[in-house]
Design a protein around this ligand. Structure first.
Ligand code: NDP
Ligand SMILES: O=C(O)C1=N[C@H](C(=O)O)C[C@H](O)C1
Length: 255
């Protein structure tokens, strides 16, 4: 069955990649693509419409799923629109605060909602192994470095926050130290967190574990945003058959 997709943030870095991935996928049809500031220029043959039309497009074009890569405020608004219209919602947007996360949970009571801070399959593998590495190296110092392009809004990245949760769940850590400045010796139990922003780097995450005169580095490097878009389209196809609830990209990969 063809999955009918709506795309938000359509002219953004990720929106364009999602349209490219979806239009070349045999199981997908892009039925609308919206942007806050629409352009006359189509993306991969898909007309860009105004985000102000989002609610009426949900009714008129009958999408099965909306894929969103925008910002935390707009993602919540789009999720609420989808919940009202009975349309499943996939978002890769990062930077949500507690209220934003709660709003996504509330939407998932009415429709299937999948939120993943990273749609790269390699990052899912990294999330699976990082806890084991920490458990195997008790007492080793842990530092996380993430590197992204100079236009990224949130820090640390959504992926970094997810990795940090895994690290904390598997070791005795007391605090996250964001960068260091001046007299700042390392405290026992801290995890150092460092966000680098430069150029047009797609996205890198490295966890350094060091102690006992040795070091282990676990690194994921995305070389192309198409990796994220392909994962998001896979998630949209998967979620089309799911009942209301809150899902993660790990659920998609598990099948
Ligand atoms: N989960 C994953 O695998 C990945 C997640 N991301 C996340 O996706 C999000 C978008 O990233 P990226 O594409 O690089 O960002 P861009 O800035 O390139 O694009 C953002 C898009 O969202 C729109 N937008 C932003 N704010 C609003 C708003 N308040 N209301 C309506 N539309 C809005 C922008 O519209 P306009 O053009 O009008 O400004 C633009 O189309 C970020 O949160 C990023 O962290 C990114 C890559 C992978
Ligand atoms: O903004 C980005 O570009 C990315 N954001 C995601 C995040 O915050 O983790 C995922 C990816 O690293 C690219």
């Amino acid at each position: 069955m063809t999955v009918r997709l709506g795309v938000t943030g359509a002219t953004g870095r990720m929106g364009r990649e999602v349209i490219a991935a979806a239009t070349s996928h045999v199981d997908c049809e892009v039925v609308f693509a919206v942007n806050r500031n629409p352009t006359d220029e189509a993306v991969d043959g898909i007309e860009i419409e105004s985000a102000s039309e989002f609610d009426s497009l949900l009714v008129d074009r009958e999408p099965t799923v909306v894929i969103d890569f925008t910002g935390p405020e707009s993602a919540v608004e789009y999720a609420e629109g989808c919940a009202d219209a009975g349309v499943a919602f996939v978002t890769g947007t990062t930077g949500f605060d507690d209220d934003g996360r709660e709003a996504l949970e509330a939407a998932s009571e009415d429709v299937a909602v999948l939120h993943a801070p990273n749609f790269a399959r390699g990052v899912q593998a990294l999330l699976n192994v990082v806890g084991e590495a920490v458990r195997n190296l008790p007492g080793y110092d842990v530092e996380l470095v993430e590197t992204h392009h100079n236009a990224k809004r949130d820090a640390p990245s959504g992926t970094a926050n997810r990795l940090l949760s895994e690290i904390e769940a598997n070791g005795n850590f007391t605090e996250r130290t964001h960068g260091r400045d001046g007299e700042a010796p390392r405290e026992e139990g801290e995890i150092g967190v460092h966000a680098l922003r430069a150029g047009d780097i797609t996205g890198e995450h490295e966890i350094l574990l060091a102690g006992n005169h040795e070091e282990v580095r676990l690194t994921h490097r995305a070389e192309d945003r198409g990796v994220f878009a392909a994962g998001a389209v896979d998630a949209a196809i998967w979620i089309a058959g799911q009942k209301a609830g809150s899902y993660d990209f790990a659920d998609v990969i598990a099948e």
